[in-house]
Ligand binder design. Structure first.
Ligand code: IPM
Ligand code: MG
Length: 374
């Protein structure tokens, strides 16, 4: 870590399994403050359904202001059947969308990495997913998620019609491209831009802007793909990709698909950042899975996606890449040591609780740090 002043981390556990997996992750955060000399000041807030129950909205102005004043946010998961009947604009999901939009966090990073210990958990053949390491960079503040006009109108004859608007300004395309290219430089220097330039105006602009950006940055090998073809290529030959950059809606869909290639949604982290300005390190870190109300309260949820989200926080917001790598290695070792929560266990395999998985990761962290000191 480059500077040793305290980092302010706002924790928003949310709903369902959110609080459980966040609690486990905070044990890991504590390990780093106790053993790695990091100073992290933790504050808490409500988000999603928990916030709706408390004050009627999925993310209050007070929590939003706290997020804005912090260095990073660790987010659990939101939503559940209790709030399913609410109108869309006041549903738990709006909490995370408000954070992304309100803090202008336009780049949502979603890695899909396969763990060799879990190759059998993928629905695809092992050779297709072995050593898979792709990164989806999803635009996250614009597109059809936020475009106006939108709404449902009922005409005089009682029939309803709905409108959403897919809109992109070229600057919104360019800035997310910048993030994708920057990240590709630290990987295999290849970016595949995904759009529907054959059908959509926004797609045509997306392709024009990414092409111009690619011409200005010839160190990166840029290719283009239609979104439908990309969906197919992701299951046919996912290892052809390094970094994928795409819009908000395609990114939502393709990132779930990419995550499933690795066998379990319970493993994969994400970061939502705004890295245009030099030195800007703020990010929202969250597992890519949802609140899984069906297993909430049982203590069996897999905490790995949230723990790995904290590893992304270490790397991006705290500049602590050595510590991030240590944590990622501890997770890999726990998995290769056969430790399994139910979501990643093969039939008949012995399973551990959420806390059991965290215990295993903490014990690997202890071993690895002893080794490092020796
Ligand atoms: C995601 C989720 C969100 C999205 C929902 C919860 C609003 O699916 O982070 O991918 O659609 O962006
Ligand atoms: Mg999604």
């Amino acid at each position: 870590m480059k500077n040793d002043s305290a980092m302010k981390l706002l924790v928003l556990p949310g709903d369902g399994i959110g609080p459980e997996i966040v609690d486990q992750t905070l044990r890991v955060v504590n390990w780093f403050t106790e053993n790695a000399g990091l100073t992290i000041e933790i504050d808490y807030g409500l988000a999603g359904g928990a916030s709706i129950d408390d004050c009627g909205v999925p993310l209050s102005d007070e929590v939003f202001a706290k997020a804005k004043a912090s260095d990073a946010v660790l987010f659990g998961a939101v939503g559940g059947p209790k709030w399913d009947a609410l109108p869309r604009a006041s549903r738990p999901e709006m909490g995370i969308l408000r954070l992304r939009k309100g803090l202008d966090l336009y780049a949502n990073l979603r890695p899909a990495i396969s763990f060799s210990a879990l190759l059998g958990a993928s629905a695809l053949r092992p050779e297709i997913v072995r050593d898979l390491d792709i990164l989806i960079v999803r635009e996250s503040t614009a597109g059809v998620y936020f475009g106006e006009p939108r709404g449902i109108v009922t005409s005089a004859d009682g029939a309803r019609a709905a409108t959403d608007t897919q809109a992109y300004h070229e600057n919104e395309i360019k800035r997310v491209c910048e993030v994708a290219f920057e990240l590709a430089r630290a990987r295999n220097s290849r970016v595949c831009s995904v759009d529907k330039a054959n059908v959509m105006e926004t797609g045509a602009l997306w392709r024009a802007v990414t092409t111009e950006f690619g011409n200005q940055n010839p160190d990166i090998e840029l290719s283009h793909m239609y979104a439908d073809n990309c969906a197919m290529q992701l299951v046919r030959a996912p290892k052809q990709f390094d970094v994928i950059v795409t819009d908000n809606l395609f990114g939502d869909i393709l990132s779930d698909q990419a995550a499933a290639l690795t066998g379990s949604l319970g493993l994969l982290p994400s970061a939502t950042i705004a890295h245009g300005a030099a030195g800007q390190k703020f990010g929202v870190y969250e597992p890519i899975h949802g609140s899984a109300p069906d297993i909430a309260g049982k203590g069996i949820a897999n905490p790995i996606a949230t723990i790995l989200s904290f590893a992304m926080c270490l790397r991006i917001s705290l500049d602590a890449s050595r510590e991030a790598a240590l944590l990622e290695e501890a997770v890999r070792l726990a998995l290769s040591g056969g430790i399994r929560t139910p979501d990643i266990a093969a039939p008949g395999e012995k399973t551990v609780s959420s806390a059991g998985m965290t215990d295993a990761i903490l014990s690997r962290l202890n071993d690895l740090s002893l080794k490092r000191e020796a």
